[in-house]
Ligand binder design. Sequence first.
Ligand SMILES: [Fe+2]
Ligand SMILES: [Fe+2]
Length: 159
Amino acid sequence: MEDDGLTRLNGEIHERLDEALLEIMERLTELDIAAAHTRWGAVRESLLAHRACEDGGVHQRYAELGERPRGAAPELFLTDHVTLERLAGVCEEVIVALGSPSSPLRRQVVLALPHFYRLRNLLEHHTLREQRFFYPALDEHLSDEERAGFIEELAATAL
Ligand SMILES: [Fe+2]
Ligand SMILES: [Fe+2]
């Protein structure tokens, strides 16, 4: 039977990130900025680690697989990561600014939430791309040993 270990693990990691983003937004709606900030720190760290892992050996191995279907060209995954990092940078700035609000906090939170939805939407789009193309191709073509090595690397990036 085909081993879908990488696809499954990546799906779980992305699911946890998505859940954590929702929790952050819940804390924000409670105006608990400190709790939102703490949770955000963990999300940011996991996102950065996950990206570093995927942009490294995993991506190189994917690129080596050769011709890919439309919507699955290797550079598209890197582009998604750049955009995700840009949106995460905005969320970081926003959450830091909420720590010392210059106007009524509730209004600022309302204005801040769309940035987190944007990040969440892009993550969802990127998750689909990875779950449909990137990891199934790797699961299919890698040797058991290579797959196990990447699974270990990837697991270390989980939230
Ligand atoms: Fe991923
Ligand atoms: Fe990714």
